[in-house]
Write a protein that binds this ligand. Sequence first.
Ligand code: G3P
Ligand code: CA
Length: 372
Amino acid sequence: MRRTLSALGVAGALLATAVAVPTMAASAEPAADRSASRASDRPLVIGHRGASGYRPEHTLEAYRLAIRMGADFVEPDLVSTKDGVLVARHENEISGTTDVSAHPEFATRKATKTIDGVAVTGWFTEDFTLAELKTLRAKERLPQVRVTNTAFDGRFEVPTLQEVIDLARNEGRARGRTIGIYPETKHPTYFASIGLALEEPLVTVLRANKLTRKNSPVIVQSFETANLRKLNRMIDVRLAQLLDAAGRPYDFTVAGDARTYQDLASAAGLKWIAGYADGIGANKNLIVPRDAAGKLLAPTNVVRDAHREGLIVHAWTFRVENQFLPVDFRIGTDPNARGDITSEYELFFRLGLDGVFSDQPDTAVAARASLA
Ligand code: G3P
Ligand code: CA
C-alpha cells in the first residue's frame, strides 16, 4: 500500500503535542525546483543509537540525553533475545558493546555463526534470555575515539524496545513535545531463519502501545526490503528503506535478486521503493559522494528523485569527529578531534534533506536552528 506524506501527523502519539513531520503536500513548488527543497518545514533530528557520541550507544541514558538535547526521534536498532524479546543493540553479537566476555558464567556461550554470509565469533543475543541479558552492562563501542564515554562503562543495562518507548513517552511528557522512535530491524532474514522473526514481536509491541497508525510517531527502518514489505501488510506506520553506498539487501542475495543499493537509489529504484515505503534512510555518500581522498564530489540526484516519488529522505550518520567527516570539513590532524560538522549539516540541509541521524544530536539541533 502506497503511503502519502500528507498524513504524517501525531495521532496515537507517545505524547499529545505535535512534532514537526515531513509533509510533501506543503510544497507548492514545481517539480523542477524540488532538488533543493525539503519535504518538511524543518529537518528532523534523530538521535542515532541515542546520543551515542556522549554515552554508550543503545542505553536508556544515551536515548535520554538525545531527547534532552532536542532530538525529535531516538533510534533503537533491534535484535531478539532467546525468548523473543526485542532489545536495543546494533548487532546480535554483543562483545563489542557489553561486558559479556567478563562473565564467566557465559563463557561457554561463545560461538561462531554465519550472519548474513559473514562468519562472526562472539556472544549472541539469541542465545540469552532477557533475564540473562539484563545481568550484562553496556560499554563504549569506540573507547579509543570517545575516551570520556568509557567513564560510563559498566553502568547501564541493555534496554528492551518497550523500555525505549516508555522513556520516549515519559521524557516527551515532561518536555511537552512528542518524541518519536525510529526502530531498525537488524538481520531480519537471519532472525527469521532461526525461528525468531522480528516483525511479529515488533508489531505486538507497537500494537500494545497504540503505535501502528500512519501518523504514529514511529518510523520503522531496515537495510532489507522483504521485511519492510511484510510490515507494510501488517501495520500502517511509516517505513524507511535504508540504502547503503555499496552492496545489496541481504534478502536480495538470498532471493537471487541482482539489484544493488545503487540500483535502488536510481530513479527507477526509488519508484519501486515508493510502492511500499514512505522514505529512505541513505548513506550520506549516496547523496554527496566523496573521492578516494575523502573530498566531497558533486551531489547526486537522490534527494530530488526521492522527493519526486513522495519519499522523505533521511541520511546517516553525522558524527563530529574528523575521521568521520569529509576532508573538506576536518579541523587539524587529530582524527578524534572535532571538525566542522556545522558546515556538513548546512550542506545537506541545503540539498533538501528531511532529517539527519546524528551521534551528537545537540550539533544537529544547533545547525538546524541557524537555518534561514
Ligand atoms: O539506521 C540508520 C543508520 O543507523 C544505519 O546504519 O549501521 O548505524 O545501523 P547503522
Ligand atoms: Ca541503525
